[in-house]
Design a protein around this ligand. Structure first.
Ligand code: FO1
Length: 311
């Protein structure tokens, strides 16, 4: 079995390529829940939904998040009643069904892992989708103007156009990875860190007690794909965020960021010249086309990762 650590859109696209290559049953995905939050009394889990919708072939192809062919009648009514203050986070009518289901099941005492398995089965998927934890973990960001904001405030309301001084992964005392996550990380033949934002999607998973240790102990069979290509993130704020946190926003900076827990980093052909700096961090570079412009390119990247693991 292959275990993939992933966050939102980039991770979901890689997962779609990998499961197309090896079959959904052969893959466990450990998904970031640091972006989760409550809104309108609903529990919303953006990365779990982005991964689920993408693997079901139902994700909105333009945004990468939410469902395709959506209608927006609920948002229209919210806008009429309260203006943008309550409609800034765009929840489509069908997407709301997912949030209603998850919120209802959690209120009945189900765990996030149980609800996720129910949603995955209902959508006909056979991948194992594992929330990183059933305990709340919340990514918060301290801005250079000393405001502390939640993830969605930063990412959506402020459109991540503000400078960040520090990122925290707030978790209640005793928060831990689920036992399914621990065994997926310990028992799988290969662990892949998908090309997700290292700070906002991968680090929340690594922040859970024991996770870094498990990966560090098997780092020679942990392969990551750099989400930074030619000094820029393919989408989202990963490059700017790394610079704001004092790190190098390059494939070599990603290698340094993850060197404790990975043995191999797949970097894009555009960064072939960074192979030596990557090696000097103790991480083995593999140079390939990492831009998942379509499903075929995502499948080819998945094959590259599988080959890198056995090399
Ligand atoms: N991102 C936005 O930039 N604007 C939105 O209005 C928005 C709504 C939304 C609704 C459901 C969902 O699952 C994701 C949504 N996202 C939106 C994306 C979300 O903020 C990010 O996908 C993750 O939190 C980070 O990957």
């Amino acid at each position: 079995v292959i275990t993939v650590l992933c966050g939102g859109v980039g991770g979901a696209r890689f997962l779609a390529g990998l499961t197309a290559e090896v079959g959904q049953w052969a893959v466990s995905a450990v998904v970031n829940t640091g972006d989760d939050f409550s809104l309108h009394g609903l529990y919303i889990s953006p990365d779990l939904d982005t991964v689920t919708y993408t693997l079901a072939g139902e994700a909105n192809p333009d945004t990468g998040w939410g469902l395709k062919n959506e209608t927006w009648r609920a948002m229209y009514m919210l806008e009429r009643l309260a203006g943008p203050s309550r409609s800034w986070f765009r929840l489509g009518d069908a997407d709301l069904g997912t949030h209603l289901y998850r919120t209802g099941r959690l209120a009945e005492g189900a765990t996030l892992s149980e609800v996720t398995a129910e949603v995955v089965a209902a959508l006909g998927l056979s991948v194992r989708l594992l929330p990183m934890s059933d305990d709340p973990v919340r990514t918060t960001l301290l801005l250079t103007d000393s405001r502390r904001v939640s993830f969605q405030e930063y990412f959506v309301q402020l459109r991540h156009e503000v400078a960040v001084k520090e990122v925290s992964y707030e978790q209640t005392a005793g928060a831990k990875p689920t036992s399914q996550v621990v065994s997926a990380l310990e028992d799988s033949s290969l662990v892949v860190l998908a090309p997700s934002n290292p700070v906002l999607s991968i680090d929340p998973v690594l922040s859970l007690p024991g996770v870094r240790q498990v990966l560090a102990s098997r780092r020679e069979s942990v392969v990551a794909v750099s989400p930074i290509v030619a000094g820029a993130a393919l989408r989202g704020p990963a490059d700017r965020l790394m610079r704001e946190l004092g790190e190098e926003a390059t494939a070599a900076g990603v290698a340094r960021h993850l060197a404790e827990v990975i043995g191999t980093l797949v970097i894009d052909e555009a960064d072939a010249a960074l192979a030596d700096p990557v090696s000097s961090t103790g991480v083995r570079p593999v140079v390939a086309d990492t831009v998942m412009a379509n499903e075929a390119r995502a499948r080819s990247l998945a094959r590259t990762v599988l080959a890198a693991a056995t090399a």
